[in-house]
Structure formats: C-alpha cells, structure tokens
Design a protein around this ligand. Structure first.
Ligand SMILES: *Cc1c(COP(=O)(O)O)cnc(C)c1O
Length: 448
C-alpha cells in the first residue's frame, strides 16, 4: 500500500482560521515582515517549528492527571528519570524548562572565555549560549553536505578529519566538549550515522574530551539509521537510540521535539562532579532538582512521550509524511535540501530566487510570500538567523508531530507550487531594526 495513513485517530479538534490575502498583507506590514511577530490566530497552517507543537496522546493526557506536584521528591520526576536512564544510560538526569536552559547551565559550568566548541552544526540557541559564555562555536559538518542537491544518506555527519585538525590547532585543553546534533536541525534535518558518532567519540576520548549529544531528535535519527545504515535493519529504534547514547558522556535535550511535550528539557551527564555544579546552578534559576522549572505533569508527559516516539509505526509515518511533502515539491522543480530530512523540509531559497541576493534575505522573502499567498507560516534559516555564519539561505517547513493530516500537506504542496510559478516576481527585504542576540525573533524588515 502506498497511501500514508496517520497511525492514530482524532479525538479532540482545534479549528484553524482562514484569512484573505489582503488581510495577510496588512498583518505582514504591521509585523515588519517577520513571521515571529504574527499572532497565531492569523495563521492557517503553522510550520514555523516542530518545537512544543506536538499533539499529545491519550496516554500522555492520562499520565498528566497522575502528575505529582510535590516540590521535592516528586514521583513524576522519578518516573521520568527511570525512562531517561533506561534510554540514555546516563546517570544524572537534570530537568530544565527547555533545551536552551540545559545549554546555558552546561556552557556556564563547562566553558571558559576563548574556548572552542565543535558541533556538526550548532543550533541557533546553542551557538548563542556558547557565545554568551565567551566561547566560540565552530561548525564541522561533513563537506558532502555543502551540496544541497546531493542525495546522500548521512549529511548530518561531522567532518572527523576537521575535528582532528581543530584539536591540533586549538589544543585539547581549550575544547571542553564536542557536540553532535541529531538530527542536524540547522543543516536540513539530516541524520548522523552510528559510524560517525563512534568515530567522533574515538577522537574525542583519545584527547580526553567528553562527547555530548544535542539529542532533540534522537528517535528520528534512530529511524534513519535503521533504514539506511548497514547492520541496523533488524534493530528496534529503541535499541539504536540506546547505542547512540552509549557513546555520549552527556546530552542536552529539548522535550519539545522528540518527547511530544509542549514544554521541557533535560541535561544529562555521567560526570558526578559536573552534576553537582549543574544542579547548584539549576536551583538558582530553574528550580529544585526534582522539577527543574517544570510541573510534575510535564515530567509525566515527557516520560510517556519518550517511549511513544520510538514506536516503529509512528516513526515510519513521521518520516514518510515529511518525505511526501519534500518529494512532491522537489519533483515539480522546487529546490529542496536533498534528501528530505526528519522533521522538516528545507527549500533552498538562494536557488529558487536567484534574482534576490543574499543580503536581501531570499529565504525570509520566500517565507513572507508563502504566508501572504496561503496563510502558511515557515521560518528562515539563513543570513537573518546566522548572519555571516550562514552557509545556505534556507526556508524551513517544520512539521509538528501528529498535528496535520495528509490533506493539510496536500494544501501546502499546492501553495508552494503556485508560489514557485511566479517566483521571478518575489522581491527581497532589508532590515529596519534588530536586537543584539538572536535577531531573527524580533528584527523588522521592509520590502525592497
Ligand atoms: C530546539 C532545539 C534546541 C533548543 O531547545 P529549546 O527547547 O527550544 O530551548 C537545541 N538544539 C536543537 C537541535 C534544537 O532543535
């Protein structure tokens, strides 16, 4: 059978609202052509992010009723801790309100000014938190990924030779940790192979440097390994995920991604001394170690979500429906980052709009037009987000988990193909105002 069916049925529905293109033109103007500044009620299909936007299951909602809201020693924490330890093998499980809170605590404790942190590709909050701690974030993505059109299996891999060179140049003492982001969100949602994780671990541990996973999409990465890497076809996604984590000395995790939770994060480590320092900082800004800025019910949702996300029926549907969107637009001439990633499709806006130069933000211009035309919200991953560090000008269409149906995806395909037909008429943007950090969230633009 070819038809992708959602492996769930719908018990509770949420209306979405149509607007006219004239209304959307006015809304865009008022929002300074920044889709982060448009109210959600004015969005028809929201592909801004897959973060915190998942639909929870009946089991998650049921578990939330069991949430133990005790300040100290909550049962919900211990349930979540058991699931995380079983999955990651990491001893210390520190809850945080989001992934970035885990990052801030980790880098505050581990980094000194002038130090360097390599990653396949740093996510925007990861880079910002490293830079805020006075350290330098270096992306060491495999050179194969530079060609957005190459259909290779593991374009999220780290360049292991470049890591060796970086360690030789900077000195191991100046590199407090090596990170690998699975899947590589900012690099197209591309997976990292088990062999690459193992190779990076070998280099890092030879130099006495701990390896951390930015594990936000560990389950989607595990599914790609099962499908693409020789030797793993018979493994369950959970077994693969456990093996991925077996190479890690610690991890950061946003529960808003592959835990189907609406909020939450984790910082895990096997280092007892580090865990004490991290917990001290946690108490200062997030909360007591058995809740870390979350409600007991959130910890329950995470515990259940981490098990559900590894179900093969779910992962098969998840990756197939992302691929469906990607193939249907790419096969009709829209340049995407190939092959389709796990959680999102990335349109190569520099290729689609060759008449809009990089300094006029082609991906931002395309995001604005897709909203104006069809009420679809997407996000720029390019020069607006990363400034001079941007390698590509991408428009990301992130797909919330278990939220939209096949017909919603068909609508998105149709809208993108219509915009593609008149792409020569799309004009660039100029920045009118911007904040000092993470400017994509609040910068304002004008049309050129
Ligand atoms: C979302 C994300 C983060 C940050 O997590 P938040 O919960 O949004 O703070 C870090 N790394 C990656 C790869 C992410 O996708």
């Amino acid at each position: 059978m070819q038809t992708i069916i959602e492996p769930f049925r719908i018990k509770s529905v949420e209306p979405i609202r149509q607007t006219t293109s004239e209304e959307r033109e006015q809304l865009l103007n008022a929002a300074g052509y920044n889709l982060f500044l448009i109210d959600a009620k004015n969005i028809l299909i929201d592909l801004l992010t897959d973060s915190g936007t998942s639909a929870m299951s009946t089991e998650q909602w049921a578990a939330m009723m069991r949430g133990d809201e005790s300040y100290a020693g909550s049962e919900s924490f211990y349930r979540m801790e058991r699931v995380v330890r079983d999955l990651t093998g990491l001893r210390h499980v520190i809850p945080t309100h989001q992934g970035r809170a885990a990052e801030r605590i980790l880098f505050t404790v581990l980094c000194r000014k002038g130090q360097v942190i390599p990653n396949n590709t740093h996510f925007d909050t990861t880079r910002a938190n490293i830079e805020f701690a006075g350290a330098r974030a270096v992306d060491l993505l495999t050179p194969e990924a530079a060609d957005t059109q190459a259909r290779l299996d593991f374009k999220g891999n780290m360049d292991v030779q470049a890591l060796e060179r970086l360690i030789a140049a900077e000195g191991a003492a100046n590199i407090p940790l090596v990170m690998i982001t699975v899947t590589d969100n900012s690099g197209g949602g591309q997976p990292v192979s088990m062999a690459n994780i193992a190779a990076v671990k070998e280099v890092a541990s030879r130099h006495g440097i701990p390896l951390y996973l930015d594990a936000c999409r560990f389950a989607e990465n595990a599914w790609f390994i099962a499908q693409r890497e020789p030797g793993y076809a018979e493994w369950t996604p959970k077994q693969i995920a456990q093996k991925m984590f077996s190479y890690a000395d610690g991890c950061t995790f946003s529960a808003k991604k592959d835990a189907f939770a609406n909020i939450g994060g984790l910082l895990c480590t096997n280092d007892d001394r580090l865990a004490v320092q991290e917990t001290n900082l946690l108490i200062l800004t997030e909360g007591f170690p058995t809740y870390g800025g979350l409600a007991g019910r959130d910890l329950e949702a995470i515990a259940v979500g981490l098990e559900e996300v590894l179900h093969p029926d779910y992962l098969r549907y998840r990756i197939a429906s992302t691929g469906y969107l990607g193939r249907h637009i790419a096969d009709h001439g829209v340049p995407i980052v190939e092959p389709p990633g796990g959680h999102a499709i990335y349109i190569d806006a520099a290729r689609m709009l060759p008449h809009v130069p990089k300094h006029q933000f082609p991906a931002q211009a395309l995001a604005v037009e897709l909203y104006r035309h069809a009420g679809i919200r997407s996000v720029e991953i390019g020069s607006v987000m990363f400034g001079a560090n941007a390698k590509h000008e991408l428009l990301r269409l992130a797909i919330p988990r278990r939220v939209y149906t096949q017909s919603h995806m068909d609508y998105v395909v149709e809208a993108i193909l219509e915009v593609n037909d008149y792409r020569a008429h799309i004009c660039g943007l100029a920045i009118e105002s911007e904040p000092p950090f993470l400017r994509h969230f609040s910068a304002r633009f004008r049309r050129i």
